[in-house]
Design a protein around this ligand. Structure first.
Ligand code: PEP
Ligand code: MG
Length: 756
């Protein structure tokens, strides 16, 4: 009996030598198939490679007619080879000609061979080709032989992926792997980025593929599996809020998988066949992914992504890869492609090299997207399948306007986008020019355009965008990207940096708005909630944990010594909450003055208007505070009863519809009536058409992401405000009928050549 462990090992060793020899690609392939045939005692070994036109072309053969190389071809799904490629599963047949899919290719002379074993050439779950061995005798290939051929196929996948075979393609044809592909999903942040793919999760490299010593490698695998299991147990035991509910189920599933003996056995088998532990993880994962690719059951697909995550964690353990290595090897025009990502992970990449972000999952309001927006990089999300189609270094375009990506774009598409980027740059130039102009409407009414911020990385944008100040500083972002509660000194330092960067321009700090979708994993007290958006969040939470609020207020008071402090409270529902917060602030002021601290020159306290209950006590609200800031993201979700993070519903209702515009007008009117300044700081302020509507309704101060200031100012300076006010007088209070309000506003702008 043949030594089942050493057979594949000998072959892999031979392949490693072949990969290192300075050979022409065809010669290398010819030798590979010859060696496989010899090692597996097969009369035939052939390699078919999948082309971009969905045809499998014979690239090399030992045993079949050599003249058929590069001529014999099968369509995807056609014949045995096409069936293997389409299903991504091996076929092991003792009498191939009896199989219903058998298709005879006369040029190959294969009719004399009876037994057939074919395996898909897979990479990251994607089929790149098919590797076949055949024998004249009717025999059934053993499981270890199937396994050996699969492992060999992985080496070939690496060759295809590294572009080694590209020179063998005939002119006008391309390998499937190099095929340009486009995906459409959702736009999470505007802008266009051209650059090269950087896969966020590690993928193995060829130098890492073959092991020197299986036993050592299995020990390494066991150690990493051990730490992986421990870290999962640890997370489960800590019972942190982020790991409650669904997250907990996912972790339980991880624990189950990490202890799954089938998985571990397959990993060990792949190592015994000669792979490194990393390569084994990749192989087992790739096989599994390919098999699951065709499943439509959402539950199973979800579990697959859990498994993917787990495999990636294991790879990271094995490779001991830190963020520094990533930064060093980054191209200067990096576009990060990830299944999903935490906000802090994005900050590990150097900003000056980032040109875009592509996510398979995520929502426009997920933390990583908020951070990316603050950094001003285009983001496209919900790009299912992008990770397995992309290779490190591939050219890629992120279109954050259309919510699309183009992988390996054709030259004409790339040229069109390069033109688009130049056009945007010219437009940016126009916006830069606009910075010097006063922020007034065409008929001379002043409107302050402020920016939203939340991290130190945002600060340079203040000058670049020409903002009149910071209308919303989301202090919770500092908490969200940290792994423990930021200490009082760190908070104070950030607030001081913000004020220094603002150079006397107004800054409105919002007290931490956590809870809801903004979870701090290290905050032990958070509870599991049925409806987190309506739950224990923002001012509700900080009033119940006054220690948190006190520390923050003290840091703010100290940082603002000698300057004005503008402070606002998120998610106010009733006026009593403002009074309670004011008491805490007063106490802190008294405390600091007792110790002779330098206090702010003035303190303005505002409330965010995000909860509809305040709409029915507008006058009382206006009297209770120094200013009001409308949080239109939350206000819209509560007025319309539509979850702001639900992509299914994101286009269903329009904030520029009559009812919501009437709400916004009532607020602006109440501000005027009570002489209380009103501003608006939700996403609505950042789109020129909705900003135009807000100004028409009476808003004289709006706050938006820095990138929006240029386009909004371009609109503002062309806006004849008096005409828009008349338009609203005629249309807003009239019964709802005819064209939707958005269309009317668009027509208003078009008629007057207002750039939107
Ligand atoms: C809002 O709700 O509009 C707002 C500005 O706050 P956030 O988006 O941080 O909830
Ligand atoms: Mg809000």
């Amino acid at each position: 009996m043949r030594d089942t462990a050493s057979g594949p090992r000998v072959l892999l060793k031979r392949l490693r030598e072949l990969m290192q020899e300075p050979l022409e690609p065809q010669e290398r392939l010819d030798r590979i198939v010859r060696d496989i045939a010899a090692n597996m005692v097969a009369e035939v070994c052939s390699l078919y490679v999948l082309r971009a036109d969905s045809v499998l072309e014979l690239y090399a053969t030992e045993g079949l007619n050599p003249k058929a190389v590069h001529l014999a071809q099968l369509r995807l799904g056609e014949g045995l080879v096409g069936t293997i490629a389409a299903s991504a599963r091996p076929l092991n047949l003792s009498n191939a000609q009896e199989h219903p899919a058998f298709a005879y290719l006369p040029e190959t002379g294969e009719e004399i061979y009876n037994s057939f074993l074919g395996v898909p050439v897979l990479r990251a779950g994607r089929t790149l080709g098919v590797l076949v061995v055949q024998n004249k005798t009717m025999r059934h290939y053993r499981d270890d032989e199937v396994e050996a051929l699969e492992t060999t196929a992985m080496v070939i996948a690496e060759m295809i992926a590294t572009g080694d075979l590209a020179r063998l393609t005939r002119p006008g044809l391309e390998l499937d792997l190099r095929r340009p592909v486009s995906f459409t999903g959702l736009s999470f942040n505007e802008g266009v980025g051209l650059g090269h793919v950087v896969l966020h999760e590690p993928r193995i490299v060829v130098t890492n593929l073959f092991n020197e010593d299986s036993d050592e490698e299995i020990k390494r695998l066991d150690a990493s599996l051990g730490s992986l299991r421990l870290s999962i147990d640890d997370m489960l035991e800590r019972r942190e809020v982020a790991f409650e509910g669904e997250h907990r189920q996912v972790l339980e599933a991880y624990r189950m998988f990490a202890n799954d003996s089938g998985w571990v056995r397959r990993l060990e088998e792949a190592i015994r066949n000669g792979l490194t532990a990393e390569a084994a993880v990749e192989k087992v994962q790739s096989d599994m992914r390919a098999r699951m690719l065709h499943m439509t059951d959402p539950y199973l697909r979800e579990r697959m992504s859990d498994f993917d995550d787990l495999a990636n964690r294991l790879l990271r353990q094995l490779m001991g890869r830190g963020p520094d290595d990533v930064a060093a090897s980054l191209p200067k025009d990096a576009i990060i492609v990830a299944r999903s990502m935490g906000a802090a992970e994005l900050l590990d990449y150097p900003r000056d090299k980032l040109r875009g972000l592509v996510l398979e999952d995520g929502a426009a309001t997920s933390h990583v997207v908020i951070v990316a927006r603050a950094m001003g990089i285009p983001v496209a999300g919900q790009m299912r399948g992008a990770v397995s189609m992309a290779e490190n270094g591939d050219a890629i375009i992120v279109d954050g306007e259309e919510g699309a990506i183009h992988l390996r774009p054709q030259p004409d598409l790339e040229a069109a986008y390069a033109e688009k980027v130049r056009f945007r740059a010219r437009r940016q130039e126009v916006y830069r020019e606009l910075r010097k102009k006063p922020s007034v409407t065409k008929d001379g009414v002043q409107v302050d355009l402020l920016m939203n911020a939340g991290l130190a990385v945002d600060l340079p944008q203040l000058a670049e965008a020409g903002a009149a100040g910071i209308g919303l500083f989301r202090t919770e972002l500092q908490f969200m990207v940290a792994s423990t509660f930021p200490r009082a000194e760190a908070q104070e330092r950030l607030y001081r940096d913000v004020l220094d960067a603002a150079r006397g321009k107004p800054v409105t700090f919002r007290t931490i708005d956590i809870g809801g979708d903004k979870v701090l994993p290290y905050f032990k007290d958070t509870i599991q909630e049925e409806n987190p958006a309506l739950g224990w969040r923002a001012i509700r939470l900080t009033l119940d944990r006054p220690g948190l609020l006190r520390t923050q207020i003290r840091a703010l008071l100290k940082a603002c010594g000698g300057r004005e402090l503008k402070l606002m409270l998120p998610m106010v529902t009733e006026l009593g909450e403002i009074a309670q917060a004011r008491e805490i602030i007063d106490r802190e002021v008294r405390h600091l003055s007792r110790f002779a601290h330098h206090l702010p020159t003035s303190l303005k306290l505002g409330a965010m208007l995000e909860v509809p209950s305040l709409l029915f006590q507008l006058d009382e609200l206006m009297k209770a505070v120094d200013f009001v800031s409308v949080g239109s993201n939350d206000l819209f979700q509560f007025v319309m009863a539509v979850d702001r993070g639900n992509t299914q519903l994101s286009d269903r209702f329009d904030a520029l519809s009559t009812p919501f515009l009437r709400v916004l007008k009532q607020i602006a009117d109440a501000g005027v009536r009570n002489q209380t300044p009103v501003t608006l700081c939700g996403e609505l302020a950042g789109k020129p058409i909705s900003a135009m509507a807000l100004i028409g309704l009476g808003y004289r101060s709006i706050s938006m992401s820095p990138a929006s200031i240029g386009p909004v100012k371009a609109m503002l300076t062309e806006l004849p405000l008096a005409e828009l006010e008349t338009f609203f007088d005629d249309n807003l209070m009239a019964p709802v009928q005819g064209l939707p309000m958005r269309a009317l506003l668009q027509a208003f702008a078009d008629d007057r050549s207002i750039p939107l």
